[in-house]
Each structure stands twice: as structure tokens, then as C-alpha cells.
Design a protein around this ligand. Structure first.
Ligand SMILES: [Mg+2]
Length: 280
């Protein structure tokens, strides 16, 4: 969550003006929050509202009732929160969905599936719970198999990173079950192009994390790749947060970009999960 917000804000000024080096100022006047942070917060809000409604029932996260409600509240929260911030870099089909009175999934495999999904990993108590939460949240828009897969690979990497797995274990699992990771960022950087689909963003974002030496280095590596910089930053940042924790100075600076309403969602999430994303 916080790592995704950091990556989004740091990458925001490079989305259409790529910076293919790790040397740059992390935060700048030109930085802002974009759709990646806003939809991440909306997913967090949907998870919190679902939990509150289902609270009295035991083992509820595996029931169909829970997942039906989570799907409905994901639509509600993404529309309600998104409509208050209408000009924040949404894809055109997502923007139509956000303003539709009868929103239907549109078979997307855009990388929006992965950039917003970190709260599912942070709320989950097991791998299987994480992937099922991911599928339910993702399917309200990105119901193409590659959309479901992009979100699930991201959630699994975050879950493993936050539960003591090594980078090698994460690399092996993602390679075996999701995407070949047979490249380095340095190898692909010269020819990597802007491509807002999961298959061309998620494996690259995971690799940026796997190659990193620290949270900050993960963000810098993700940005240095170019492409859809805020979204790749958000995906890499969400995994790096779970593995390293977000350094105090970087996290507080990122939170200063949130207005009081979005900050309130973040604060409620911290209370709900007992985790603020700082440190480990
Ligand atoms: Mg964006």
C-alpha cells in the first residue's frame, strides 16, 4: 500500500517522459498522486467495508457471500473514490467503466490490475486467501485471464516478500507459475517500450524488485526501466514495501501528497491491518 503510493508518486513525472537512469530526485514539485494510488486506496476501502459487514461470521473470507460482497464493494469504492479524482491518468476504458451506471467487466489485461492490488496481499492470512481476494477484486474490470494472472502474480510476490521468503524463492515461484524471469533490467532497458499490459509490466516490475538492494533502490530501478513509470513504480514499490519496509523519510514525504480524504483512507487502513508500511 504505502510502497505502491511511493512508486506512483515518484514515477508520476516520468510516465510520459521516461528517465532511463537511477540518478534522479525522488520527489519533485512535478510529482503527484495518480490513478495507481487512488485505486489502491479504493481497493483498501472495499476490503475494509467488506470486513465490517461480514465481521460476525467465522471463516467468512472463503464464503461465496464474502466474495460476492467484496466484488460489489470494490465496484462501489472504485467508482465513488475515482469520480472525486477524475483526471488522474486513468486508461480510457477504465474511465468509461468508472462513470458507468451499469459497470461491467471489460476483459482487460491492462496493468491497472496489478498496480492497485497490494491491499489484498496485506489483508490476507494465507497464500490461498491472497490469491482468491485478488481474483475477486480484479474480475470487476480486468477479467481477462492475463489480467487475473497479473494481479495474482503481484499479490503472491507481495505475500511471499512479507512472509519471510527469499528473493530466490520468489523468483522461482513466479517463474514456475506465472512469467519467465529470464532477463535483467540492464538487458531490457535499451529497448523497453511503454506498454500498459500486465504481461509487459508485471514481470519487469517484479524483476526490478528482485534486483534491488533496498526499498529506495527498488523504486529507482523500476523508474530507470522507463515505460509506464508510475505503474511499474507502484507494483515494484508494493513488493519492496513488504520485503524491506518503507524508510521513514520517503514514506512521510509520499503521504504528504495525499489530501485529507485520501489520507483518512490510509489511516483507517493502518488501524485495520495494524501495519503502516514503515520498517519491517
Ligand atoms: Mg498512473
Amino acid at each position: 500500500m504505502l510502497g505502491a503510493i511511493v512508486g506512483d508518486i515518484v514515477g508520476s513525472r516520468f510516465e510520459f517522459n521516461n528517465h532511463r537512469s537511477k540518478e534522479f530526485k525522488l520527489f519533485d514539485q512535478a510529482c503527484s498522486i495518480t490513478d495507481d494510488s487512488i485505486m489502491t486506496l479504493a481497493v483498501a476501502q472495499a476490503l475494509m467495508e467488506t470486513e465490517k459487514s461480514m465481521e460476525p461470521k467465522r471463516a467468512y473470507r472463503f464464503t461465496d457471500d464474502y466474495h460476492r460482497l467484496l466484488g460489489q464493494l470494490t465496484v462501489k469504492c472504485m467508482q465513488e473514490i475515482g469520480r472525486k479524482y477524475p483526471n488522474c491518468g486513468y486508461g480510457s476504458r477504465f474511465a468509461c467503466w468508472m462513470f458507468s451506471d451499469k459497470p461491467k467487466p471489460y476483459n482487460s489485461f491492462g496493468n491497472g490490475a496489478a498496480m492497485r492490488i497490494s491491499p489484498a496481499a496485506l489483508a490476507a492470512r494465507s497464500e490461498s486467501e491472497a490469491t482468491r481476494l485478488s481474483a475477486t477484486i480484479t474480475a470487476v474490470t480486468h477479467n481477462h485471464p492475463e489480467g487475473i494472472k497479473g494481479a495474482e502474480a503481484t499479490v503472491l510476490a507481495i505475500y511471499m516478500a512479507g512472509h519471510g521468503c527469499s528473493k530466490e524463492e520468489i523468483r522461482d515461484r513466479i517463474s514456475k507459475d506465472y512469467y519467465p524471469l529470464d532477463f535483467s533490467i540492464e538487458q531490457i532497458r535499451p529497448t523497453y517500450q511503454f506498454n500498459a499490459i500486465c504481461q509487459e509490466s508485471v514481470p519487469q516490475a517484479i524483476t526490478a524488485f528482485l534486483e534491488s538492494a533496498s526499498f529506495e533502490d527498488a523504486i529507482r530501478t523500476a523508474i530507470s526501466l522507463g515505460g509506464d513509470s508510475d505503474t511499474i513504480g507502484a507494483i515494484t514499490g508494493s513488493i519492496a514495501e513488504a520485503y524491506y519496509g518503507v524508510p521513514e523519510e520517503i514514506g512521510h514525504k509520499a503521504l504528504s501528497y495525499l489530501d485529507p480524504e485520501l489520507r483518512s483512507v490510509y489511516d483507517q487502513w493502518v488501524e485495520f491491518t495494524g501495519r503502516d508500511g514503515f520498517g519491517i
